[in-house]
Design a protein around this ligand. Structure first.
Ligand code: PLP
Length: 408
């Protein structure tokens, strides 16, 4: 029988514990380098100016109401999300090979994809989902929750603090044919290390050779480089090669719509005469899964995103806002590296500016992270990952001084 007594205590989420400790700390020197959300130079959450405008437009629309959305979500939004991730000229869109569902942000999109594959994969118990070492921790939980055995592929080189491309390709080559390979489209979380376009080509070649199934997670398009096409390059390249794949897309970071839970899941089927029929079958099954999980996706945030994605003037303003965010992050990277090099802090610091996106794997060790927390009131995850969004013009000097102290 089931009773509450059989439920064991779960371990505390490390990020949650970190945040609680940060909030308890009463020092006015404290710095939060754990947060996974953008902060402006005043260390405050930033509502994108374009989102303010779009929000007003949604609110003042005389036809606005709180009705349910369709099961697949707001259809114009879904089409715009497709165009954004795949490019307006995508062959997959033209050939009606993309099936899109609005989801509960990126997390919901990864989950819907994982669930869909678990339902329809002909041999789930003998197939593994390969994730990068390390990856966003939730990947392990989401795929694990729907029964996927998980394996890892080498990704981060502790030596170079860049990509271990040989290890990565080696594992792709030896993984059983037809494995599912989870890929971060850009701004890899937690390392900030992305493959170059040449490396993506090598990765795609092995995936094709071994008939693996690529599953892209794109949570930072435009936020990484400030350029939507550049950050979408890898996915578009895979689609151009004719690969069948799926994509989990989040608009949390690039629109700053974290709590609104705006995302999409796309299944892109391979080119072929039966594309429309295939799309219809996939749609019919995703509709059943979506219905049983959430019935209908949340409307408000998707309406805001929809306004921006479908209005050329607001879209251009959004691109400016993306450059503001990615530019500030990039300035913080340069600022931190410059200060550490100026101090002669032991080690090499080029990886701080080579890495991209919100996060950086600094190479700081657990004892150093401990010193930063106890002596300097600087909070970050034990693995040495920092969120660049926690840096600003007022705390850069202080953080560099503290890193220098902890490392020596
Ligand atoms: N995937 C990656 C790699 C992420 O870093 C995140 C957010 O941190 C997500 C997905 C999903 O986030 P959300 O559910 O807020 O869109």
């Amino acid at each position: 029988v089931f009773t509450a007594d059989v439920v064991p205590q779960a371990p505390e989420d490390p990020l949650f514990g970190l945040m609680a400790a940060y909030h308890r700390d009463s020092s006015n020197l404290k710095v939060d380098l754990g947060i996974g959300a953008y902060r402006d130079d005043q260390a405050k959450p930033w509502i994108l100016p374009v989102i303010k405008k779009a929000d007003e437009r949604v609110r003042n629309d005389p036809n606005f109401n709180h009705e349910y959305l369709p099961i697949a979500g707001l259809s114009e939004y879904c089409l715009a999300a497709q165009r954004l991730v795949l490019g307006t000229e995508s062959p997959a869109i033209k050939e009606n090979r993309v099936c899109t569902f609005q989801t509960i942000s990126g997390t919901g999109a990864v989950h819907l994809g994982a669930l869909f594959l678990s339902k329809f994969h002909p041999n789930q118990s003998h197939t593994k989902v390969y994730v990068s070492n390390p990856t966003w921790v939730n990947h392990h939980q989401i795929f694990g929750n729907v029964g996927w055995p998980i394996a890892i592929y080498p990704y981060f080189s502790t030596e170079s603090k860049g990509l271990d491309i040989d290890g990565f390709l080696g594992t792709l080559k030896t993984a059983p044919e037809g494995s599912i390979i989870l890929l971060h489209a850009c701004a890899h979380n937690p390392t900030g290390v992305d493959p170059t376009q040449e490396q993506w080509k090598q990765i795609a070649a092995v995936i094709i050779e071994r008939r693996h199934f690529p599953f892209f997670d794109t949570a930072y398009q435009g936020f990484a480089s400030g350029d939507l096409a550049r950050d979408g390059w890898a996915i578009r390249y895979f689609v151009e090669l004719g690969l069948e794949l799926c994509i989990a897309q989040s608009f949390a970071k690039n629109f700053g719509l974290y709590g609104q839970r705006v995302g999409a899941f796309h299944f892109v089927s391979a080119p072929g005469a039966e594309a429309t029929g295939t799309n219809r079958r996939i749609f019919s099954q995703l509709a059943i899964l979506q219905r049983s999980e959430i019935s209908n996706p949340p409307a408000y945030g998707a309406r805001i995103a929809n306004v921006v994605l479908n209005d050329p003037e607001l879209f251009a303003q959004w691109e400016d806002d993306l450059r503001t965010m990615s530019g500030r992050i990039s300035d913080m990277r340069k600022g931190l590296r410059k200060r550490l090099e100026a101090r002669g802090t032991p080690g090499k610091w080029n990886h701080i500016t080579d890495q991209i996106g919100m996060f950086s794997f600094t190479g700081l060790t657990e004892p150093q992270v401990q010193i930063l927390r106890e002596k300097w009131h600087i909070y970050m995850i034990k693995n040495g990952r920092i969120s660049l969004a926690g840096l600003n013009s007022r705390n850069l000097d202080y953080v560099a001084e503290a890193f220098d102290d902890a490392i020596r």
